[in-house]
Ligand binder design. Sequence first.
Ligand code: NAD
Length: 430
Amino acid sequence: MTSPTDAEISDHIAKAGRRAWEVPGLDPATPRREVRTVGIIGAGTMGGGIAMNFATAGIDVRIVETQQEALDRGLAVVRGNYQRSADKGRFAQDEVEARMARFDGRLAIADLADCDLVIEAVFEDMDLKKKIFTELGQVMKPGAILATNTSALDIDEIASVTGRAGDVIGLHFFSPANVMKLLEIVRAGETADDVVATCMDLAKTINKIAVLVGVCPGFVGNRILFARQKQANKLLYQGVLPWDVDAALNAFGFRMGPFQMSDLAGLDIGWSKGARTDNPIRDALCELDRRGQKTKAGFYDYDEARTPHPSSVTADIIRDITGAAPATMPQDRIIDTCIHPMINEAVKILEENKAQRPGDIDVVWLNGYGWPADKGGPMFYGDMVGAKAVLATMERLGAEDPEFAPARTLRRLAADGGKFTEIDTGGLKV
Ligand code: NAD
């Protein structure tokens, strides 16, 4: 393991952050589309937060829900967020009113017809999204940009129903969307150059850090997250307990480990009563109404102050399901088992040309997922530990599950001493 200096780490982070804005192949003189009014579909967790970014930047927002109550609820959350900031002295009360005055709540998608940009943030359901994008294709004015905030669905499939796929793009915000800096801009197969250029500029206007990525399940950030989550779950089958996995990742520098994060997000995402998914431990916890922090129990038990405590109920469930006796594993091995697959997945993303460059992957994880700054991002950290060490882990994990087989380029780096941060596979291709 090499130990870069603080200056080397901050230099890498600064350079990667600057380069992420560069889109090779996109003519800087590309005319931008004018964006004066933004339509948002869905005033839930994401829709409300996304809308706040625009209202804060002085842009009018028209926001659509299916029911008046949901619309009122969504707008009340927005007002509450602004009010809390004003109460803390971040801006004057007048500013709360000025921002709220930019909101216009509606109950019909057709009311968005003259918006310059529409961002869809309804439930993560392909049929629902296709229904909405079919309507957007019919009602929106020519030249409007049609964006989806989907976390992982195929944007080419969504675009295919609009009759104007060139106008369709992914704008993947992170939760809470009014706070998190990262914006994955997802270029689909037919997204027009001026739509990409306009959205990159718009990201700056709303004070985000944009990274341009391609369409693949989970895009860049979540795809790498899924790899870590799968390995964390596999560790439970070897008798390692969730709090031991989290403690190792906390020691690595993540404020939250995989199970702490699952409890915060809610274990019932993608679960319904009686469901038998590919994650039986999660299913069993949900059946007991241990659905995460919101039910005061998930992988952990929570007290009134929301402090997590290891749970004997969870430990018993895991033992019943996995049949594994409780085992201890050195923290270093837990870290390698969870982190090296993220590096391997990032390399596969670059091989598939779904990211522009290795530094962009670091920007995504530093700004969207709390990657510890002293480890520079997954690619930078890969160079700290070296490709040989990553390959050794992936050969072990790949032998258990072919999904984790070492990437071709990982083998090459290990053989010729190359660096992850210098991988050049030709950039983004759609
Ligand atoms: P949510 O359930 O909080 O909100 C969805 C809202 O959409 C609800 O208020 C619902 O009433 C509304 N809605 C449903 N159908 C509608 C329609 N036809 N017209 C208008 N409104 C409609 O969900 P969320 O967490 O905000 O997620 C929304 C999208 O954002 C999903 O695609 C999700 O994958 C994605 N996303 C979520 C997160 C996250 O952390 N929650 C992060 C990034 C992306």
